[in-house]
Design a protein around this ligand. Structure first.
Ligand SMILES: NC(=O)c1ccc[n+]([C@@H]2O[C@H](COP(=O)([O-])OP(=O)(O)OC[C@H]3O[C@@H](n4cnc5c(N)ncnc54)[C@H](OP(=O)(O)O)[C@@H]3O)[C@@H](O)[C@H]2O)c1
Length: 493
């Protein structure tokens, strides 16, 4: 059976950064692998008055770093068509409909349409409304819409956005991208948990002491300053990526490994998040903003950022899940800019053996720190992809002192190099109509409800910023957050 997928892509924001950096290279890789062949076409649209020829050159330039065969690039780019218009102008949709029908016939696309909204979210409602009113959606094929973060800036705005989309699209036609869900090791969480009895049988509050999720960035705010300053780390990283990772780590086993069953379990996990009362926020969530050093600008000195900005560039928090499996286990999360290094990791910290029989001289053998290091399972998401397991073993030689040893597994370089990039994987899923690795509305809703309380408390209380040095793992309060429970971050920087 041919693996070729058949579809017309319409990319709103076809001249933008996302389209050029992520979408064109990912579509090309699908083309190289034969998932896209003769029966696909792409309409790129934005206000700039580009010609098709210029557009082909832009697409070819976007592929430069792939060092692909020139004829193959030319053949691929010939499937791209540019349409210049403003999405708020109804005329746009009339010409778009005509071009879509022409390409549908020319490439035999069977009415299959994918609309990629690579634009600011305030346009989503307008675009969706016009796609319906101008009859650009087809009856004979599938219609799927892809949207990017941010999906609202709080629960209310997310609901408004969702209601606007829902006037045109059913939930099963909406693909909300969270590119972390396209990462190899995030997808691997389910395999580790449900494919290994040793883990799933220990994956609960009897054996796990705490869980730590760290999404650490080394760079500062860079070119996304205006967007970021209105968002901050809590909204930009925690509401979506970290909440999604948390739901995959904590959900119960789905009946089957299908989109619907996984969604049911993720929503149950997110519904079990313990909501904070405003007066509990300061004790359980820490915010930070990076300071200047002699060589590095502070956040308030960055281009396009107000010198009085109170935007959080760092968050650490303690999240509790009130259900039978997780009651009492803290999930510590942290993310930020200008930290010690760029990486994403998950540390599952197990409880220590209740007694240390190897060292009777410890003052209280049953104390939390009885001289035996806890077992830690680390899932390295990026840049290294793999696992580490820390265990206690006997020191080589005389005596019976124990020492922590580490078992490592990394994906080998070839497998890692051939591993599709997140956007390629997600576009392939969309072509297949598989929304497993996308965020569903209820997940968005429960995440925002949890986040809104924290953001509101922060908006109502002035922070004392800046409060951390670039190159560290954030403010001291992030370490204190764990220390108050008798824990410490596994990764110290
Ligand atoms: N870039 C990323 O890596 C990234 C990552 C995650 C999420 N996102 C999200 O993805 C979306 C796109 O981001 P981006 O970085 O690609 O933004 P961008 O570079 O600013 O691109 C915006 C696009 O919208 C077009 N546009 C703006 N107003 C328009 C109008 N009235 N009618 C028609 N076209 C219009 C622009 O083209 P013209 O000026 O030619 O009209 C441009 O193609 C945003 O929602 C962003 O938050 C981006």
């Amino acid at each position: 059976m041919s693996k070729e997928k058949i579809a017309l892509f319409t990319i709103f924001g076809g001249t933008g950064d996302l389209a050029q950096r992520k979408l064109y290279p990912s579509l090309f890789k699908l083309y190289q692998k034969g998932y896209l062949q003769d029966h696909f076409a792409v309409i790129g649209t934005a206000r700039r008055p580009w010609t098709d020829e210029h557009y082909h050159q832009v697409v070819a330039d976007a592929l430069a770093s792939l060092h692909a065969d020139a004829d193959q690039v030319t053949a691929f780019a010939s499937h791209f068509y540019y349409q210049s218009h403003d999405v708020t102008d109804v005329q746009h949709y009339i010409t778009l409909k005509r071009l879509s029908e022409k390409l549908d016939a020319q490439y035999e696309l069977q009415g299959n349409r994918i609309f990629y909204l690579a634009m600011a979210p305030n346009f989503f409602g307008t675009i969706a409304r016009h796609l319906k009113s101008e009859h650009i959606l087809t009856e004979n094929g599938f219609n799927r819409v892809i949207i990017e973060k941010p999906f609202g800036h709080d629960f209310e705005s997310a609901k408004t956005l969702n209601d606007e989309l829902a006037e045109t699209f059913d939930e099963n036609q909406i693909y909300r991208i969270d590119h972390y869900l396209g990462k190899e090791m995030i997808q691997n969480i389910a395999a580790i948990r449900f494919g290994n009895n040793i883990w799933e049988s220990l994956w609960n509050n009897r054996y796990i002491s705490n869980v730590q999720i760290t999404l650490s960035e080394k760079l500062g705010v860079e070119e996304r300053a205006v967007y970021y300053d209105n968002s901050g780390a809590l909204r930009d990283m925690v509401q979506n990526h970290i909440m999604q990772i948390l739901s995959l780590l904590t959900m119960d086993q789905p009946v089957e490994f299908t989109e619907d069953d996984i969604n049911i379990e993720k929503v149950k996990a997110l519904r079990s998040l313990r909501p904070y009362q405003p007066e509990e926020v300061a004790k359980n969530f820490v915010r930070g903003q990076y300071a200047p050093t002699e060589t590095v600008k502070g956040y308030r000195q960055e281009d396009k950022i107000s010198p009085a900005s109170n935007t959080d560039t760092f968050v650490a928090g303690k999240v509790m899940i009130d259900n039978y499996r997780w009651s009492g286990v803290p999930f510590y999360i942290r993310t930020g800019k200008r930290l010690a290094d760029k990486f994403t990791r998950i540390d599952i910290v197990f409880k220590r053996p209740v007694i240390n029989i190897f060292n009777h001289e410890l003052p209280d053998n049953q104390a939390a720190d009885n001289g035996l290091a806890p077992n830690v399972l680390t899932i390295n998401v990026e840049p290294t992809e793999g696992f580490e397991l820390r265990m206690n073993a006997k020191n080589v030689g005389q005596g019976f002192a124990t020492t922590p040893v580490q078992l490592n597994f990394d994906h080998d370089a070839t497998a890692a190099a051939n591993s599709p990039e997140a956007y390629e994987r997600l576009l392939h899923d969309i072509l297949n109509g598989d929304a497993t690795n996308f965020t569903h509305w209820q997940e968005v809703a429960y995440s925002w409800k949890f986040i809104d309380v924290i953001q509101q408390y922060w908006d109502d209380h002035q922070p004392s910023f800046p409060n951390y040095k670039p190159g560290t793992m954030g403010p001291q309060a992030a370490a204190d957050l764990l220390a108050q429970d008798g824990h410490r971050w596994v990764y110290q920087g």
